[in-house]
Design a protein around this ligand. Structure first.
Ligand SMILES: [Zn+2]
Length: 137
């Protein structure tokens, strides 16, 4: 992904999955249905981590992600994870005279800066900045 592609991502499940995988270190399972060898049934195998799921109703995208880009509580988990990886953050939470309010978030490490655009939601700004740290540019 490029910087522009990341900064143009809207809030939602696709961004949440990228955060789960690239920032939080989780597998956002991608299930494929496969036949079982020992009977006529089927099971599901994650195409990424090869976990097998035998139940009836696996979540479409797995259980290892949260609503990071829309839920401030989940976005705080992203901040904690980044801090544990030696990133520090700054925020210009409110740009004066803007309507609606926009948010700007930055993670920094070893002199490198990763700045979100001016986003309309704080969780989105946090996710944009966090995801930028996962690409080389
Ligand atoms: Zn998986």
């Amino acid at each position: 992904m490029t910087k522009d592609e990341i900064l143009n991502m809207e809030e939602g499940i696709q961004l949440d999955i990228l955060i789960a995988e690239r920032v939080m270190g989780a597998c956002a399972h991608y299930w494929k249905i496969v036949p079982r060898e020992d009977d006529d049934g089927v099971c599901r195998i994650c195409q990424k981590c090869h976990l097998e799921f035998w139940g009836l109703r696996p979540p479409v995208y797995g259980e290892n992600y949260d609503s990071y880009s829309t839920n401030i509580s989940a976005a705080l988990d992203v901040i904690v994870k980044m801090e544990n990886n030696d990133y520090w953050w700054t925020a210009d939470n409110i740009v004066p005279n803007s309507d609606p309010v926009v948010y700007h978030w930055r993670f920094s490490k070893a002199g490198k800066r990763y700045d979100s655009n001016y986003d309309f939601s704080l969780p989105l700004a946090i996710c944009h900045a966090a995801l930028l740290t996962t690409i080389e540019e």
